[in-house]
Write a protein that binds this ligand. Structure first.
Ligand code: GAL
Length: 342
């Protein structure tokens, strides 16, 4: 969340070309960085998001960003602009290209300024996993005060992937600060919260309880002193892979990648996985999720956010193919592509 305050995003406005709205009979493709319309023709509003595949449908959850962007006094030193908190969106799709708006599944709570979900607070990076034992959909997210000093993880639960989600509260997992985060559900039924902790200097990976609703108490410190944010984790052929960013707030920086034989580490860093024009600053983006394509072994989509620091609602989505190579993975730039290319 610290920024160099480059204000780079202001230079990046690109013409609004609508992707996903194909002619009848013509499959739409991904157009990284362009405005992406939902099935109602409105721009998809699901930033810092993650995707759950359940029952043949993909569900994309993200931060709703609308309205005015401003820099609160407390954040001016590091460029931490914000919008009013509205809630968490959910979109559904069967083909990854056409997304239907399922609404605000965790709306802000007006009227109680102390509530975690009051519009004056920060609600970022929601991720949802399904618990096969309890049959519940569990959402974890970064919950913070406007000045980012609260540093909590929040949790909510639902009976259906499209909500409504019931907010259960927030905490510092294992007593540790918690900001950027992701959830990872392993194939043995265990789930983990990866979160930037210790003033963002060190990441923690915390095993959740069997119902996924609380930290279990077992955790490890990983990437000690490496200042990593925006974690995304995927498992392939028994090994765990992580993508993350450095800590420069909304401004882009070189992505990081790492591999491990256990979620708890040791993690081996493998450097910036990006390839192509703009790779040195992650194509002006920041990682948010690695999406395994259902039914296609070895097909993965890297989901990134291209933040627009001074007009946050105009932040764009950049989805790129992620492929495994050597010891790690690479994420290559494409102007236009589709799931069929994987
Ligand atoms: C980024 C972080 C975002 C948001 C932002 C605020 O570093 O990844 O999720 O917190 O800082 O400036």
């Amino acid at each position: 969340m610290r920024t160099l305050g480059f204000g780079l995003a202001v230079l990046l406005a690109v013409p609004a070309i609508v992707a996903g709205a194909a002619e009848p009979g013509q499959p739409a493709g991904f157009r990284p960085g362009e405005v992406w319309a939902d099935t109602d023709g409105k721009p998809i509003n699901a930033h810092g998001g993650g995707v759950l595949f359940h029952g043949g449908t993909y569900y994309w959850y993200g931060e709703i960003k609308t309205g005015r962007t401003w820099a609160p006094e407390s954040n001016k030193g590091w460029g931490g602009t914000r919008v009013e908190m509205i809630g968490i969106s959910c979109y559904s799709s069967r083909d990854l290209l056409r997304w239907k708006n399922e609404g605000n599944v965790l709306p802000a709570v007006k009227g109680d300024p102390k509530h975690d979900l009051h519009p004056s607070k920060v609600l970022e990076r929601p991720k949802v996993v399904f618990n096969a034992a309890t049959k519940k959909f569990v959402m974890w997210m970064h919950v913070d005060s406007e000045d980012y000093k609260l540093a909590h993880s929040g949790v909510a639960v639902a009976d259906s992937p499209t909500g409504p989600f019931r907010y259960l509260g927030s905490l510092r997992p294992d007593g540790a600060m918690s900001r950027d985060m992701t959830l990872f559900a392993d194939d043995d039924g265990k789930a983990y919260l990866f979160h930037s902790s210790e003033d963002n200097a060190t990441m923690h990976v915390a095993l959740l309880t069997d119902d996924y609703l609380k930290p279990s108490g077992r955790f490890e410190r990983i990437f000690v002193g490496r200042h990593m944010e925006a974690p995304a984790v995927v498992k392939r052929k028994g090994r765990y892979y992580l993508m993350a960013s450095g800590c420069t707030g909304w401004a882009p920086n070189p992505a990081r990648s790492a591999v491990a034989d256990s979620v708890f580490g040791p993690w081996k860093e493998l450097g910036n996985p990006c390839r192509g024009p703009g790779a040195e600053i992650t194509f002006r983006c920041q990682s948010t999720f690695i999406l395994p394509v259902a039914g296609k072994p070895d097909a993965f989509i890297c989901m990134l956010d291209r933040w627009s620091q001074f007009d946050l609602p105009d932040s764009r989505y950049v989805w790129l193919p992620l492929r495994f190579e050597g010891e790690g993975f690479v994420v290559e730039w494409r102007d236009a592509w589709g799931p069929g290319d994987l």
